[in-house]
Design a protein around this ligand. Structure first.
Ligand SMILES: [Zn+2]
Ligand SMILES: [Zn+2]
Length: 765
């Protein structure tokens, strides 16, 4: 009696103690696109395509077929079907062979969890385990566990993996014939690779379909159609799409979980094929690599991600992900400097900037064309991508502030401080990845609101917490409209190619040494970034943002943009103010500007600055020379309003045929011209001999010329011998390389007064 009680006790203890997990937690990592299409699977640790199964809804067709075929009293028994076991035993005895097992689905789960040889004793153990499972798991869970772990041939485990492997679709889309095949397949181990015994397998499937018809689960028509369905071909493969992307999205996630991403597999393949076509052309020019990123502007969701021209192109580093590599930004940051400068003021997009030879210490920026226009509008600077006015604008805006802006915008490859980059920051001195730059242009498309690019479908793109405005909506709008204009360097071919197509605000960039060609564009629907170059870092005369990266970018825009939806941005009228501006200079009207027009600028602009060009002079009517209260006695005077530019700009403008006024020279007889304190040349003093010193490396040091002016707001123009050096404001210093010999330094102020010193320079050998 006691042993019976004891055994019963042990039995109940065993049955009701938790079963733990039946299978080791070792699953593959499937990566899905935004529509639930499988992109790629990373194998489990034991190298199986075994999909994670929790939260997977089993398709009804499969469940019904499975229960009909394997275990028709599944929903009624407690894990063990005694009637089926008895039936199977009798059948086997009568036929003299083991034809049927009488195992329930639950018992098969037990066998999958702990495979054992087929003995009577082991069968009893399976029965016991099945009974225990039926206590702990719902019928639904048992079906899920079975469907996820049943072997389906090779390293394919479970029906999800099989569905992608054999039919290239999710289980929810299985037909009756396909579902039935997955039910009979594990039952025919020899037919599992679908290569052998196809006839027998087909027959078996059709018997199951017939059974479904007999049980009134499917109708006659379904039976007829389903029975005609062929078996899938044997050479179908598990998808292997967007390899760089899939690697990137799984880098930081726990393995064995499904990864739902923002990628659009269809769009990805479309972009890949356009890129491959472009690559065939670029390859002949010696350009080995291309990367492209396609992002939904409003949400920052990445819809296509092509790390290289071809993942399998081993010769050209195809496995490298060019989207993440930091590279010189070329001219791509100019639009953002324009936006930041307008936010600060006093600029409008039409404000004139100086485009003339400029020196900051030894740094003398050049335009790509190696020419200077004298004066250009801020819009020209963007559209023609001029370097000189951009550097000058950065100088007046402040390198440090712009550097901080780049950090705010998410640039993570700035390894030096602001001073380390200096003014070259705006010409590609710093590095950023295609990812970071595309993100920045997406932010421009969201009118300045920081837009984090996202790869995961469940990640909210722009959240209320992300309301950081990188620059004002008003500036963003003005810049977007400028970038839409198409006056680009390049042949007529490109001109027409880029014209009359989808509206896009775009910018190209070519890095120093022609190592990188960039083109990034944005409209309301898409932000698309393209990089071309060589992963090896070699430069190439054919590498150009406008000529080799922009065509692909436009091909993508033209084919992806949906014409029936808004393409261009809504004007942020509340963030723009109308300002009365000088018609000639594009700055807010000063007291001397002859004609005005209304221009828009961002509402936040806080530096008032008026037109710096139009100035009023009191002159001698006869001689045209300037006069002041000290020298106007007995002179017939008049006021003149002149558009005054610096001497170097004047020279450039005159070369291009324009008539430009000069600052009227002051009357010679004025006592002020004898005022030694008006302009003071501090160094060098008159008559000095300068011995140019050497630095620690033995190179000759530069010499700092220095002056002072009575008025703190004076502009000084510097000439050494007959060469114009440049102009200074506030801090009147000039650093130059001084040649040996005799020199004359001339400094002129903005009212026409002049001061000269003579000195000589010597260099010791
Ligand atoms: Zn003016
Ligand atoms: Zn005077």
């Amino acid at each position: 009696m006691i042993p019976v009680i004891l055994l019963t006790g042990i039995w109940f203890y065993w049955v009701y103690s938790p079963p733990g997990s039946l299978f080791p937690d070792d699953y593959a990592t499937p990566v899905y696109d935004c529509n639930g299409s499988l992109l790629r699977v990373f194998l489990s640790r034991d190298e199986q395509v075994r999909f994670p199964w929790k939260n997977v809804t089993l398709p009804e067709k499969y469940v019904v077929s499975l229960v009909t075929f394997e275990d028709k009293r599944f929903y009624r028994h407690d894990g063990v079907d005694l009637w089926a076991l008895l039936n199977a035993t009798i059948t086997n005895i009568l036929s003299g062979e083991r034809k049927r097992g009488g195992s329930t689905i639950t018992m098969q789960v037990a066998r999958l969890a702990a495979p054992k040889s087929r003995t009577l004793f082991n069968k009893l153990l399976e029965c016991a385990a099945a009974f225990k499972y039926s206590v702990h798991f719902s019928k639904q869970q048992i079906l899920q566990i079975y469907a996820a772990h049943v072997p389906m041939g090779g390293n394919i485990v479970g029906i999800q993996a099989a569905s992608w492997r054999y039919f290239g679709k999710p289980v929810a889309e299985l037909t009756w014939a396909e579902a039935a095949l997955f039910v009979v397949l594990p039952n025919s181990p020899s037919a599992m690779n679908l290569g052998k015994q196809r006839e027998k397998l087909l027959q078996k499937r059709n018997i199951l379909l017939q059974k479904l018809y007999d049980n009134k689960i499917i109708d006659r028509l379904t039976l007829d159609i389903s029975s005609q369905e062929p078996l899938p071909p044997t050479d179908n493969q598990i998808p292997f799409l967007a390899p760089h992307f899939c690697y990137n999205v799984t880098r930081n996630v726990a393995p064995g979980r499904a990864v739902h991403t923002t990628l659009d597999a269809q769009l990805q393949q479309q972009v890949e094929s356009m890129l491959a076509q472009e690559h065939r052309y670029l390859r002949r020019l010696g350009i080995a690599n291309i990367s492209a990123l396609v992002v939904e502007t409003a949400t920052g969701r990445v819809r296509a991600y092509i790390g290289s021209q071809d993942f399998f192109d081993d010769r050209n580093g195809g496995q490298v992900d060019g989207i993440l590599a930091p590279r010189s930004t070329g001219s791509l940051l100019k639009p953002f400097l324009a936006a930041k400068a307008m936010d600060k003021g006093p600029y409008t997009i039409n404000s004139l900037l100086t485009d003339a030879p400029t020196w900051y210490g030894t740094f003398a920026p050049q335009n790509a064309s190696k020419t200077f226009a004298g004066l250009v509008t801020m819009e020209d600077m963007l559209v023609k991508s001029l370097n000189v006015p951009a550097v000058r604008l950065l100088y007046s805006y402040g390198v440090r502030d712009f550097y901080l802006f780049l950090l705010e915008a998410g640039f993570s490859n700035l390894f030096r401080g602001a001073e380390g980059y200096g003014l070259s920051l705006i010409l590609g001195g710093a590095e950023a990845s295609l990812w970071e730059l595309t993100q920045l242009y997406a932010s421009l498309g969201n009118l300045g609101r920081v837009t984090h690019l996202t790869l995961y479908e469940n990640e909210g793109a722009i959240t209320p917490a992300d309301t950081l405005q990188l620059f004002s909506r008003g500036s963003a709008w003005l810049v977007l409209n400028s970038l839409r204009k198409l006056a680009r360097p390049g042949s007529e071919f490109y001109w027409t190619y880029f014209d009359n197509q989808t509206p896009v605000a775009w910018k190209t960039g070519t890095s120093y040494g022609q190592k990188d060609g960039w083109a990034i564009g944005v409209n309301r629907q898409w932000t698309i970034g393209v990089w071309i170059g060589n992963f090896k870092g070699s430069g190439n005369a054919a590498i150009s943002g406008a000529k080799s990266a922009a065509p692909l970018m436009f091909t993508l825009f033209n084919s992806l943009t949906r014409r029936d939806e808004p393409v261009w941005f809504e004007k942020p009228v509340d963030d723009l103010v109308q300002v009365q501006c000088c018609e000639q200079s594009g700055y807010p009207t000063g007291p001397n500007c002859p004609s005005t027009m209304m221009l828009e600028r961002p509402a936040c602009s806080y530096i008032p600055g008026l037109c710096p060009f139009h100035r009023r002079f009191l002159v001698n009517k006869k001689t045209g020379k300037a006069v002041c209260s000290l020298c106007w006695h007995g002179v017939d005077t008049t006021h003149v309003n002149l558009f005054i530019v610096s001497p170097q700009v004047k020279e450039l403008l005159e070369k291009s045929g324009q008539v430009v006024a000069a600052i009227p020279q002051h009357a010679e007889n004025c006592p002020q011209t004898r005022d030694e304190n008006r302009i003071e040349i501090v160094y060098p003093v008159n008559g000095i001999k300068i011995f140019v010193p050497r630095d620690l490396d033995g190179a000759y040091e530069q010499v700092v010329l220095s002056a002072r002016h009575q008025r703190s707001d004076a502009r000084l123009f510097w000439f050494l011998d007959s060469n114009f050096l440049g102009e200074t404001t506030l801090n009147h210093q000039f650093t130059i390389d001084l040649a040996p010999g005799a020199h004359v330094l001339t400094v002129q102020d903005d009212e026409g007064f002049i001061k000269k010193v003579r000195f000589s320079a010597y260099k010791r050998e």
